[in-house]
Design a protein around this ligand. Structure first.
Ligand code: TXA
Ligand code: ATP
Ligand code: FE2
Length: 527
């Protein structure tokens, strides 16, 4: 390790987690950037072949940017997540360079780098981030020194899904841009829509699209409308839940004009700001690693050689964000402020002892899909609120229902997200335990949807609820809640334990469901 870091100069950044080998130099601004993308001759990306490609072009890519450097202060590299063989190739090059130049190494989390270059390029301070790429689909927000995952895909990344779909129709790789082009010529087609709280799942949608016998343009159109509406819905839910007012789109799929348009419309309608970095900084690139390496270096974060092994499953929330001095805007605002609340789906208005919950049309959503979701969810909500009540779960009493509106009892109490005590979590555990024991799954178990009144946790917002005694549905239900807890509280472990106590008390099948939750959690930690 070098004695001291040169006080000025550039950080060299190396990216190569998957398809792109890219090197860049960054000081106060981008100084140089060069990339050598790998495109598989057939099929998708083969990790070992990609790594061979990376090894063969690495020297040239670095040689293209290095002459632009006056003084290299550090070598930053993508330490993970990504494909093991590719990561190892890049790490080897980075170590050799750092030794040769006698400068420190900086190990950058690839997902954090997507977010940081996005903040740099757009000037956003504290956004909710939709990170939509090949391997990842996550909704991320910053709180208390970490980037937290509010929600993410429970199976595959959206980009890989689009690529897989394209492959099944013998379309070239990457599939995303091809699907986008074809979708412009097609019209809407109904496909499965899967959202669970702030999480989502794409594999059912991709399989259905692959098996459809409708014209390819229509399938592409339907696929985009469905997949992107799911992404925008969970982003809006995170925005409403976290009380932030900026949305940043990053990752390769962020290049899609339709996805950008939908997010922009959602933000306009909510009064939030929306931005997307220019194309160069959206997909994998060396600039994001060089830039993030630089801000990490300035915060004193370097990586001893002995600890520089790659981390294929490195999660964004494992990184201690030492370079941000702010804490991030904590969950704020009052429930039903001014007698009105706007969730991700509905407008809720106070009416004396009642509230009126009306599901409003979403401008970003295809009209047919919009209508279908509003009707399905209003119907599910009224039916399952009542069923849960009959099973002894505290829920609001319903007074009147129309196709898009429910008039229900107003629950006067503390919304759990503003009252996260162990005692209240134990009460929430009892409520969810009773619900699961009755064969009902909530589908949107966030702390915004629980109100503590008279020592009891009342469950609201049953729009995504369904009847199910499947272990998987229960596991996912719990996972959605735990993820929300983890993303908004620093005392996650204790709160979770308190919840588990209440849950186990009320539900004989608790142990099995909790075991499945852990399995679901591990599945999210892919790559
Ligand atoms: C871990 C890392 O290696 C990985 N990288 C990655 O996925 O590459 P990225 O450049 O962020 O995104 C590539 C994906 O972005 C999609 N894509 C590119 N242009 C697109 C477009 N116009 N519409 C939809 N998808 C698009 C491609 O189909 C491909 O699946 C990641 O960030 O998850
Ligand atoms: N019966 C009720 N009594 C009191 N407050 C309520 C009631 N129903 C809803 N609210 C308030 O309105 C907010 C939004 O309601 P709800 O969660 O039902 O809407 P949504 O649009 O489905 O939300 P989401 O963003 O979770 O999809 C709640 O977080 C809560 O603060
Ligand atoms: Fe990426």
């Amino acid at each position: 390790m070098p004695e001291s870091i040169p006080p000025s100069g550039q950080v060299l950044g190396l990216e190569g987690t998957a398809w792109n080998v890219s090197a860049a130099l960054f000081d106060d601004d981008l100084v140089a950037l060069h990339s050598a993308p790998y495109s598989p001759p057939t099929g998708g990306i083969h990790p070992r072949e990609a790594a061979q490609h990376h090894a063969s072009v690495m020297k040239d890519v670095i040689a293209r940017v290095l002459p632009e450097a006056e003084q290299v202060r550090a070598v930053a590299f993508s330490q993970g997540p990504g494909l093991g063989p590719c990561l190892r190739t890049v790490a080897t090059a980075a170590r050799a360079l750092a030794l040769a130049l006698d400068v420190p190494l900086v190990g950058v989390n690839h997902c954090v780098a997507h977010v940081e270059i996005g903040r740099w390029a757009t000037g956003f301070a504290d956004p909710i981030v939709l990170y939509a790429s090949g391997a990842n689909t996550q909704v991320i927000g910053y709180l208390n020194g970490r980037y937290r995952i509010f929600g993410e895909t429970l199976d595959i990344g959206i980009g890989n899904g689009l690529d897989k779909f394209a492959r099944s129709h013998d379309l070239p790789h990457p599939g995303g841009p091809v699907v986008e082009r074809l979708a412009r010529e097609g019209s809407y087609l109904e496909l499965p829509y899967t959202v669970k709280g702030m999480d989502l799942a794409f594999s059912g949608l991709i399989s259905a699209a692959q098996e459809s016998s409708s014209p390819l343009e229509d399938v592409c159109h339907g696929l985009q409308e469905t997949a992107f509406a799911m992404c925008v819905e969970v982003t809006e839910r995170a925005l409403a839940h976290a009380g932030k007012d900026e949305v940043l789109l990053v990752g390769g799929v962020g290049a899609n004009a339709r996805l950008q348009e939908m997010l922009r419309e959602m933000c306009e309608d909510r009064g939030a700001a929306f931005a997307v970095p220019e194309r160069t900084y959206l997909g994998d690139n060396g600039a994001m690693i060089a830039y993030t390496g630089r801000i990490m270096l300035e915060a004193g974060v370097t990586l001893p050689l002995a600890e520089s092994q790659v981390r294929p499953g490195y999660r964004v929330d494992e990184v201690e964000v030492a370079w941000r001095s702010d804490l991030g805007e904590a969950v704020r605002g009052e429930p039903l402020e001014g007698g009105r609340a706007q969730g991700a789906e509905a407008v809720v208005e106070e009416a004396g002892e009642f509230i009126v919950k009306r599901r409003v049309g979403k401008r970003y959503r295809n009209e047919a899909l919009d209508r279908r979701l509003i009707i399905e969810r209003t119907r599910a909500e009224s039916r399952l609120l009542a069923a849960a009540r009959r099973a002894g779960v505290a829920t609001p009493v319903i007074r009147e229902i129309t196709a898009d509106t429910i008039l229900m009892e107003r629950i006067k109490g503390d919304v759990l997200k503003y009252a996260m005590t162990e005692e209240n979590l134990a009460r929430a555990g009892v409520a969810v335990g009773r619900l699961h024991a009755a064969g009902i799954v909530h589908g949107d178990l966030t702390t915004s949807n629980m109100i503590v009144r008279d020592g009891q946790c009342v469950l609201i917002d049953f729009g995504l609820a369904h009847v199910s005694s499947e272990l998987e549905s229960r596991g996912v239900d719990l996972h959605v809640l735990f993820q929300t807890l983890e993303s908004t509280s620093d005392s996650f472990a204790a709160l979770r334990e308190a919840f588990v106590e209440g849950y186990a008390e009320a539900f004989p099948g608790a142990e099995e469901a909790l075991a499945r939750e852990r399995e679901v959690e591990m599945r999210g930690r892919y790559l």
